[in-house]
Design a binder for this molecule. Sequence first.
Ligand code: PLP
Length: 416
Amino acid sequence: MNLAHGFVTAPHEYCPFMPVFAPPQVMFERGSGTELWDVNGRRYLDFLSGIAVVSLGHANPIVARAVSEQMIRLAHVSNFFANPVATKAAADIDALIAEVTGHQGQVFLCNSGAEANEAAIKLARKFGGRGRHTVVSAYGSFHGRTLATLAATGQPAKHEPFQPMPEGFRHVAYGDIAALDDAIDGSVAAVLLESIQGEGGVVDGGSEYLSEVRRLCDEAGILMMIDEVQTGLARTGQWFGFQSSEKDSVTPDVVTRPHVTPDVVTMAKALGNGFPVGACWAKKEVAAVFRPGDHGSTYSGTAIAGAAISAVISEMRRIDAPRLARERGAYLTEILSSIPEVDGVRGRGLLLAVELGPTRNSKVVNDELIARGMIANAVTSTALRLAPPLTVSTSEIDEFASTLRSVLAEGIGVVS
Ligand code: PLP
Protein backbone atom coordinates (compact mmCIF):
# COMPACT_ATOMS: atom_id res chain seq x y z
CA MET A 1 0.00 0.00 0.00
CA ASN A 2 1.28 3.41 -0.91
CA LEU A 3 0.72 5.10 2.44
CA ALA A 4 1.62 8.53 1.12
CA HIS A 5 -1.37 8.57 -1.21
CA GLY A 6 -3.63 6.07 0.44
CA PHE A 7 -4.07 3.95 -2.67
CA VAL A 8 -3.28 0.30 -3.15
CA THR A 9 -1.48 0.77 -6.44
CA ALA A 10 -0.80 -2.82 -7.43
CA PRO A 11 -2.26 -6.18 -6.35
CA HIS A 12 1.14 -7.53 -5.25
CA GLU A 13 1.82 -4.61 -2.86
CA TYR A 14 1.74 -5.32 0.87
CA CYS A 15 -1.59 -4.47 2.53
CA PRO A 16 -2.16 -5.33 6.21
CA PHE A 17 -5.95 -5.73 5.77
CA MET A 18 -7.82 -8.82 4.58
CA PRO A 19 -9.15 -8.05 1.12
CA VAL A 20 -12.84 -7.76 2.07
CA PHE A 21 -13.19 -4.15 0.92
CA ALA A 22 -12.50 -2.64 -2.51
CA PRO A 23 -9.21 -0.72 -2.56
CA PRO A 24 -9.76 2.59 -0.73
CA GLN A 25 -9.64 5.75 -2.82
CA VAL A 26 -8.37 8.19 -0.20
CA MET A 27 -6.59 7.93 3.15
CA PHE A 28 -8.03 10.36 5.68
CA GLU A 29 -6.15 11.68 8.64
CA ARG A 30 -8.35 14.28 10.34
CA GLY A 31 -11.92 15.53 10.44
CA SER A 32 -14.03 18.30 11.95
CA GLY A 33 -17.80 18.68 11.46
CA THR A 34 -18.54 17.99 7.79
CA GLU A 35 -14.89 18.44 6.76
CA LEU A 36 -12.21 15.80 6.28
CA TRP A 37 -8.53 16.17 5.40
CA ASP A 38 -6.48 13.50 3.68
CA VAL A 39 -2.87 12.57 4.41
CA ASN A 40 -1.74 15.22 1.90
CA GLY A 41 -3.67 17.96 3.69
CA ARG A 42 -6.38 18.17 1.04
CA ARG A 43 -9.87 19.18 2.27
CA TYR A 44 -13.06 17.24 1.47
CA LEU A 45 -16.73 17.69 2.39
CA ASP A 46 -18.19 14.49 3.80
CA PHE A 47 -21.77 14.02 2.57
CA LEU A 48 -21.82 10.39 3.73
CA SER A 49 -20.78 10.69 7.43
CA GLY A 50 -18.96 7.35 7.36
CA ILE A 51 -22.31 5.88 6.16
CA ALA A 52 -24.66 7.69 8.55
CA VAL A 53 -22.35 7.30 11.56
CA VAL A 54 -20.98 10.75 12.46
CA SER A 55 -24.36 12.49 12.53
CA LEU A 56 -22.98 15.06 14.98
CA GLY A 57 -19.99 15.71 12.72
CA HIS A 58 -16.43 14.39 12.74
CA ALA A 59 -14.45 14.71 15.98
CA ASN A 60 -17.47 16.08 17.81
CA PRO A 61 -15.90 17.69 20.89
CA ILE A 62 -18.71 16.75 23.29
CA VAL A 63 -18.63 13.05 22.38
CA ALA A 64 -14.82 13.06 22.24
CA ARG A 65 -14.56 14.59 25.71
CA ALA A 66 -17.15 12.20 27.21
CA VAL A 67 -15.33 9.14 25.80
CA SER A 68 -11.84 10.39 26.74
CA GLU A 69 -12.82 11.31 30.29
CA GLN A 70 -14.59 7.97 30.76
CA MET A 71 -11.53 6.11 29.43
CA ILE A 72 -9.41 7.81 32.09
CA ARG A 73 -11.94 7.19 34.86
CA LEU A 74 -13.24 3.64 34.18
CA ALA A 75 -13.50 1.81 30.84
CA HIS A 76 -14.81 -1.64 31.67
CA VAL A 77 -15.70 -3.93 34.59
CA SER A 78 -17.26 -7.10 32.99
CA ASN A 79 -20.87 -8.22 33.16
CA PHE A 80 -20.42 -9.67 36.65
CA PHE A 81 -20.74 -6.07 37.83
CA ALA A 82 -22.63 -2.92 36.93
CA ASN A 83 -21.50 0.60 36.19
CA PRO A 84 -23.65 3.73 36.35
CA VAL A 85 -22.60 5.03 32.92
CA ALA A 86 -23.90 2.11 30.82
CA THR A 87 -26.99 1.89 33.04
CA LYS A 88 -27.73 5.54 32.24
CA ALA A 89 -27.09 4.96 28.52
CA ALA A 90 -29.60 2.08 28.40
CA ALA A 91 -32.12 4.22 30.29
CA ASP A 92 -31.49 7.11 27.87
CA ILE A 93 -32.26 4.85 24.87
CA ASP A 94 -35.37 3.49 26.58
CA ALA A 95 -36.54 7.01 27.49
CA LEU A 96 -36.13 8.15 23.88
CA ILE A 97 -38.18 5.23 22.52
CA ALA A 98 -40.77 5.58 25.31
CA GLU A 99 -41.13 9.25 24.42
CA VAL A 100 -41.99 8.51 20.80
CA THR A 101 -43.98 5.29 21.28
CA GLY A 102 -45.41 5.48 24.81
CA HIS A 103 -43.91 2.02 25.52
CA GLN A 104 -41.17 1.26 28.01
CA GLY A 105 -38.78 -1.53 27.31
CA GLN A 106 -35.34 -2.93 28.01
CA VAL A 107 -32.06 -2.67 26.13
CA PHE A 108 -29.21 -5.03 25.20
CA LEU A 109 -26.04 -3.03 24.48
CA CYS A 110 -23.47 -4.25 21.95
CA ASN A 111 -20.90 -2.97 19.48
CA SER A 112 -22.41 -2.88 15.98
CA GLY A 113 -25.56 -3.04 13.91
CA ALA A 114 -25.07 -6.70 13.06
CA GLU A 115 -24.78 -7.57 16.75
CA ALA A 116 -27.93 -5.60 17.54
CA ASN A 117 -29.79 -7.58 14.86
CA GLU A 118 -28.29 -10.90 16.08
CA ALA A 119 -29.74 -10.11 19.50
CA ALA A 120 -33.12 -9.36 17.87
CA ILE A 121 -33.08 -12.63 15.91
CA LYS A 122 -32.21 -14.67 19.03
CA LEU A 123 -34.93 -12.83 20.94
CA ALA A 124 -37.43 -13.70 18.18
CA ARG A 125 -36.43 -17.40 18.32
CA LYS A 126 -36.80 -17.50 22.12
CA PHE A 127 -40.12 -15.65 21.87
CA GLY A 128 -41.49 -17.95 19.15
CA GLY A 129 -40.29 -21.21 20.69
CA ARG A 130 -39.30 -24.47 18.96
CA GLY A 131 -40.79 -24.82 15.47
CA ARG A 132 -41.75 -21.15 15.36
CA HIS A 133 -38.44 -19.56 14.63
CA THR A 134 -38.58 -18.15 11.07
CA VAL A 135 -37.74 -14.49 10.54
CA VAL A 136 -39.26 -12.83 7.47
CA SER A 137 -37.30 -9.94 6.02
CA ALA A 138 -37.24 -8.11 2.68
CA TYR A 139 -35.38 -8.43 -0.59
CA GLY A 140 -32.98 -5.53 -0.99
CA SER A 141 -32.51 -5.29 2.77
CA PHE A 142 -29.24 -5.13 4.67
CA HIS A 143 -29.01 -6.35 8.26
CA GLY A 144 -25.32 -7.18 8.73
CA ARG A 145 -22.49 -9.57 7.88
CA THR A 146 -22.62 -12.19 10.64
CA LEU A 147 -24.10 -15.47 9.41
CA ALA A 148 -27.58 -14.96 10.86
CA THR A 149 -27.83 -11.29 9.87
CA LEU A 150 -26.47 -12.15 6.42
CA ALA A 151 -29.19 -14.80 6.14
CA ALA A 152 -31.76 -12.13 7.06
CA THR A 153 -30.23 -9.77 4.47
CA GLY A 154 -32.34 -10.14 1.34
CA GLN A 155 -29.48 -10.16 -1.19
CA PRO A 156 -29.00 -13.72 -2.50
CA ALA A 157 -25.69 -12.85 -4.23
CA LYS A 158 -24.16 -12.04 -0.83
CA HIS A 159 -25.27 -15.48 0.47
CA GLU A 160 -23.73 -17.45 -2.36
CA PRO A 161 -20.07 -17.73 -1.23
CA PHE A 162 -21.17 -18.83 2.26
CA GLN A 163 -23.83 -21.44 1.57
CA PRO A 164 -25.41 -23.16 3.36
CA MET A 165 -27.04 -20.24 5.16
CA PRO A 166 -28.52 -20.78 8.62
CA GLU A 167 -32.06 -22.15 8.41
CA GLY A 168 -35.15 -20.09 9.33
CA PHE A 169 -35.09 -17.02 7.09
CA ARG A 170 -37.58 -16.04 4.39
CA HIS A 171 -37.67 -12.99 2.10
CA VAL A 172 -40.47 -11.00 0.50
CA ALA A 173 -40.66 -7.92 -1.73
CA TYR A 174 -40.22 -4.73 0.31
CA GLY A 175 -43.35 -2.60 0.47
CA ASP A 176 -45.58 -5.48 -0.69
CA ILE A 177 -48.06 -6.17 2.09
CA ALA A 178 -49.82 -9.03 0.24
CA ALA A 179 -46.46 -10.84 -0.19
CA LEU A 180 -45.77 -10.47 3.53
CA ASP A 181 -49.23 -11.76 4.37
CA ASP A 182 -48.57 -14.85 2.20
CA ALA A 183 -45.19 -15.48 3.84
CA ILE A 184 -46.52 -15.52 7.42
CA ASP A 185 -47.42 -19.03 8.57
CA GLY A 186 -47.19 -20.99 11.82
CA SER A 187 -43.39 -21.24 11.60
CA VAL A 188 -42.85 -17.46 11.68
CA ALA A 189 -41.70 -15.74 14.88
CA ALA A 190 -40.99 -12.25 13.59
CA VAL A 191 -40.73 -9.78 10.75
CA LEU A 192 -37.49 -7.78 10.47
CA LEU A 193 -37.58 -4.67 8.26
CA GLU A 194 -35.79 -1.36 7.76
CA SER A 195 -38.00 1.74 7.89
CA ILE A 196 -36.14 2.91 4.75
CA GLN A 197 -33.84 0.48 2.93
CA GLY A 198 -30.52 2.35 3.09
CA GLU A 199 -28.04 0.00 1.43
CA GLY A 200 -30.82 -1.10 -0.94
CA GLY A 201 -30.85 2.37 -2.55
CA VAL A 202 -32.75 4.58 -0.06
CA VAL A 203 -36.08 2.90 -0.76
CA ASP A 204 -39.15 3.83 1.28
CA GLY A 205 -41.84 1.17 1.71
CA GLY A 206 -44.59 3.80 1.46
CA SER A 207 -46.58 5.78 3.98
CA GLU A 208 -48.98 2.96 4.95
CA TYR A 209 -46.52 0.04 4.79
CA LEU A 210 -45.34 -0.16 8.39
CA SER A 211 -48.83 0.29 9.85
CA GLU A 212 -50.03 -2.58 7.65
CA VAL A 213 -47.03 -4.65 8.79
CA ARG A 214 -48.04 -3.87 12.39
CA ARG A 215 -51.57 -5.09 11.68
CA LEU A 216 -50.32 -8.38 10.16
CA CYS A 217 -47.92 -8.97 13.07
CA ASP A 218 -50.73 -8.36 15.59
CA GLU A 219 -53.09 -10.73 13.75
CA ALA A 220 -50.43 -13.48 13.67
CA GLY A 221 -49.12 -12.82 17.20
CA ILE A 222 -45.56 -12.34 15.93
CA LEU A 223 -42.92 -9.69 16.56
CA MET A 224 -42.52 -6.56 14.47
CA MET A 225 -38.78 -5.82 14.54
CA ILE A 226 -37.50 -2.62 12.93
CA ASP A 227 -33.85 -2.20 11.99
CA GLU A 228 -33.07 1.48 12.62
CA VAL A 229 -29.30 1.03 12.34
CA GLN A 230 -29.06 3.48 9.41
CA THR A 231 -32.32 5.43 9.80
CA GLY A 232 -32.38 5.89 13.58
CA LEU A 233 -31.25 8.75 15.80
CA ALA A 234 -32.79 11.68 13.87
CA ARG A 235 -31.38 10.87 10.42
CA THR A 236 -34.81 10.84 8.70
CA GLY A 237 -36.07 14.00 10.43
CA GLN A 238 -37.72 11.99 13.23
CA TRP A 239 -35.94 10.23 16.06
CA PHE A 240 -36.73 6.95 14.29
CA GLY A 241 -37.79 6.17 10.73
CA PHE A 242 -40.79 4.13 11.91
CA GLN A 243 -42.35 7.21 13.53
CA SER A 244 -45.37 8.91 12.09
CA SER A 245 -44.42 12.03 10.20
CA GLU A 246 -46.10 15.37 10.64
CA LYS A 247 -46.44 18.26 8.29
CA ASP A 248 -44.77 21.28 9.84
CA SER A 249 -43.38 24.62 8.74
CA VAL A 250 -40.11 22.94 7.66
CA THR A 251 -41.66 20.15 5.60
CA PRO A 252 -45.14 21.33 4.57
CA ASP A 253 -45.54 18.69 1.86
CA VAL A 254 -44.25 15.69 3.80
CA VAL A 255 -46.30 12.49 3.35
CA THR A 256 -47.93 11.80 6.70
CA ARG A 257 -47.68 8.29 8.12
CA PRO A 258 -49.77 6.53 10.75
CA HIS A 259 -48.20 5.89 14.13
CA VAL A 260 -46.67 2.45 14.73
CA THR A 261 -44.83 0.96 17.68
CA PRO A 262 -42.50 -1.92 16.85
CA ASP A 263 -41.89 -4.70 19.41
CA VAL A 264 -38.14 -4.61 18.82
CA VAL A 265 -35.94 -1.75 17.55
CA THR A 266 -32.25 -2.11 16.68
CA MET A 267 -29.78 0.75 16.31
CA ALA A 268 -26.04 1.41 15.99
CA LYS A 269 -24.07 3.77 13.68
CA ALA A 270 -25.04 7.31 14.85
CA LEU A 271 -25.63 6.07 18.41
CA GLY A 272 -21.88 6.37 19.08
CA ASN A 273 -20.94 9.07 16.52
CA GLY A 274 -17.93 6.96 15.55
CA PHE A 275 -17.43 5.04 18.80
CA PRO A 276 -18.55 1.47 17.97
CA VAL A 277 -21.85 0.76 19.74
CA GLY A 278 -25.11 -1.01 19.02
CA ALA A 279 -28.36 -1.54 20.88
CA CYS A 280 -31.36 -3.83 20.69
CA TRP A 281 -34.46 -2.44 22.42
CA ALA A 282 -37.53 -4.57 23.05
CA LYS A 283 -40.86 -3.99 24.78
CA LYS A 284 -40.63 -5.18 28.37
CA GLU A 285 -42.83 -8.24 27.90
CA VAL A 286 -40.74 -9.32 24.87
CA ALA A 287 -37.36 -8.71 26.54
CA ALA A 288 -38.64 -10.81 29.45
CA VAL A 289 -38.24 -14.05 27.44
CA PHE A 290 -34.45 -13.76 27.79
CA ARG A 291 -32.90 -15.39 30.87
CA PRO A 292 -29.35 -14.93 32.23
CA GLY A 293 -27.01 -16.86 29.93
CA ASP A 294 -29.24 -16.65 26.83
CA HIS A 295 -27.20 -13.88 25.27
CA GLY A 296 -24.23 -11.64 26.03
CA SER A 297 -20.94 -10.10 24.98
CA THR A 298 -17.82 -9.15 26.87
CA TYR A 299 -18.44 -5.57 25.77
CA SER A 300 -22.17 -5.44 26.48
CA GLY A 301 -22.70 -2.49 28.78
CA THR A 302 -19.11 -1.35 28.96
CA ALA A 303 -18.75 2.08 30.60
CA ILE A 304 -16.85 3.58 27.71
CA ALA A 305 -19.64 2.81 25.22
CA GLY A 306 -22.19 4.10 27.71
CA ALA A 307 -20.38 7.44 27.85
CA ALA A 308 -20.51 7.74 24.05
CA ILE A 309 -24.22 6.85 23.85
CA SER A 310 -25.37 9.27 26.56
CA ALA A 311 -23.25 12.08 25.12
CA VAL A 312 -24.74 11.51 21.65
CA ILE A 313 -28.35 11.39 22.85
CA SER A 314 -28.03 14.46 25.06
CA GLU A 315 -26.26 16.48 22.35
CA MET A 316 -28.84 15.43 19.75
CA ARG A 317 -31.61 16.54 22.12
CA ARG A 318 -29.83 19.86 22.81
CA ILE A 319 -29.52 20.78 19.13
CA ASP A 320 -32.93 19.30 18.21
CA ALA A 321 -31.31 16.96 15.68
CA PRO A 322 -34.61 15.77 14.11
CA ARG A 323 -35.54 19.37 13.25
CA LEU A 324 -32.05 20.01 11.85
CA ALA A 325 -32.39 16.91 9.64
CA ARG A 326 -35.79 18.12 8.39
CA GLU A 327 -34.59 21.70 7.74
CA ARG A 328 -31.27 20.89 6.10
CA GLY A 329 -32.81 17.89 4.31
CA ALA A 330 -35.55 20.10 2.80
CA TYR A 331 -32.93 22.63 1.67
CA LEU A 332 -30.64 19.95 0.20
CA THR A 333 -33.57 18.28 -1.59
CA GLU A 334 -34.74 21.58 -3.08
CA ILE A 335 -31.32 22.56 -4.37
CA LEU A 336 -30.55 19.09 -5.79
CA SER A 337 -33.95 18.93 -7.49
CA SER A 338 -33.13 22.16 -9.32
CA ILE A 339 -30.16 20.54 -11.12
CA PRO A 340 -31.44 19.85 -14.67
CA GLU A 341 -29.69 16.45 -15.01
CA VAL A 342 -31.14 15.11 -11.72
CA ASP A 343 -34.05 12.73 -12.35
CA GLY A 344 -35.37 12.82 -8.79
CA VAL A 345 -34.46 12.97 -5.11
CA ARG A 346 -35.89 10.37 -2.72
CA GLY A 347 -35.57 9.62 0.97
CA ARG A 348 -36.40 11.55 4.13
CA GLY A 349 -34.58 14.13 6.20
CA LEU A 350 -30.86 13.76 5.53
CA LEU A 351 -30.95 10.20 4.18
CA LEU A 352 -31.34 10.91 0.48
CA ALA A 353 -30.67 9.35 -2.91
CA VAL A 354 -30.11 11.48 -5.99
CA GLU A 355 -31.40 9.55 -9.00
CA LEU A 356 -29.34 10.31 -12.11
CA GLY A 357 -31.39 8.15 -14.48
CA PRO A 358 -30.42 5.28 -16.79
CA THR A 359 -28.06 7.38 -18.93
CA ARG A 360 -25.56 8.04 -16.10
CA ASN A 361 -23.10 5.75 -14.39
CA SER A 362 -23.27 6.83 -10.73
CA LYS A 363 -19.90 5.21 -9.94
CA VAL A 364 -18.13 7.42 -12.51
CA VAL A 365 -19.95 10.50 -11.17
CA ASN A 366 -19.03 9.54 -7.60
CA ASP A 367 -15.35 9.04 -8.49
CA GLU A 368 -15.29 12.51 -10.03
CA LEU A 369 -16.96 14.02 -6.95
CA ILE A 370 -14.24 12.47 -4.79
CA ALA A 371 -11.58 13.84 -7.16
CA ARG A 372 -13.16 17.29 -6.57
CA GLY A 373 -13.21 16.84 -2.78
CA MET A 374 -16.83 15.73 -2.25
CA ILE A 375 -17.73 12.45 -0.52
CA ALA A 376 -20.95 10.67 -1.50
CA ASN A 377 -21.73 7.04 -2.35
CA ALA A 378 -22.90 5.28 -5.53
CA VAL A 379 -25.63 3.32 -3.74
CA THR A 380 -27.07 1.88 -7.00
CA SER A 381 -25.70 1.96 -10.53
CA THR A 382 -27.73 5.13 -11.24
CA ALA A 383 -28.10 6.83 -7.83
CA LEU A 384 -25.91 8.62 -5.29
CA ARG A 385 -26.64 8.30 -1.58
CA LEU A 386 -26.20 11.40 0.57
CA ALA A 387 -26.16 11.29 4.38
CA PRO A 388 -24.19 14.32 5.59
CA PRO A 389 -23.83 15.15 9.29
CA LEU A 390 -27.11 16.58 10.62
CA THR A 391 -25.07 19.66 11.55
CA VAL A 392 -24.14 20.34 7.89
CA SER A 393 -24.33 24.08 7.10
CA THR A 394 -26.27 25.63 4.23
CA SER A 395 -23.02 26.92 2.74
CA GLU A 396 -21.60 23.36 2.76
CA ILE A 397 -24.79 22.18 1.05
CA ASP A 398 -24.36 24.95 -1.57
CA GLU A 399 -20.73 23.91 -2.13
CA PHE A 400 -21.60 20.24 -2.56
CA ALA A 401 -24.57 20.94 -4.85
CA SER A 402 -22.63 23.32 -7.07
CA THR A 403 -19.86 20.73 -7.51
CA LEU A 404 -22.42 18.06 -8.43
CA ARG A 405 -24.12 20.52 -10.80
CA SER A 406 -20.79 21.11 -12.63
CA VAL A 407 -19.91 17.40 -12.80
CA LEU A 408 -23.29 16.57 -14.34
CA ALA A 409 -23.28 19.58 -16.70
CA GLU A 410 -19.87 18.49 -18.00
CA GLY A 411 -21.40 15.17 -19.04
CA ILE A 412 -19.28 13.09 -16.68
CA GLY A 413 -20.60 9.55 -16.31
CA VAL A 414 -22.88 9.69 -19.35
CA VAL A 415 -23.35 6.15 -20.62
CA SER A 416 -22.70 6.03 -24.36
N1 PLP B 1 -28.61 -2.76 9.44
C1 PLP B 1 -28.61 -1.74 8.56
C2 PLP B 1 -29.91 -1.15 8.13
C3 PLP B 1 -27.41 -1.23 8.07
O1 PLP B 1 -27.42 -0.21 7.19
C4 PLP B 1 -26.19 -1.81 8.50
C5 PLP B 1 -24.90 -1.33 7.99
O2 PLP B 1 -24.81 -0.64 6.99
C6 PLP B 1 -26.25 -2.87 9.42
C7 PLP B 1 -27.47 -3.31 9.87
C8 PLP B 1 -24.99 -3.52 9.91
O3 PLP B 1 -24.37 -2.68 10.82
P1 PLP B 1 -22.83 -2.92 11.19
O4 PLP B 1 -22.05 -2.67 9.95
O5 PLP B 1 -22.57 -1.92 12.29
O6 PLP B 1 -22.71 -4.33 11.67
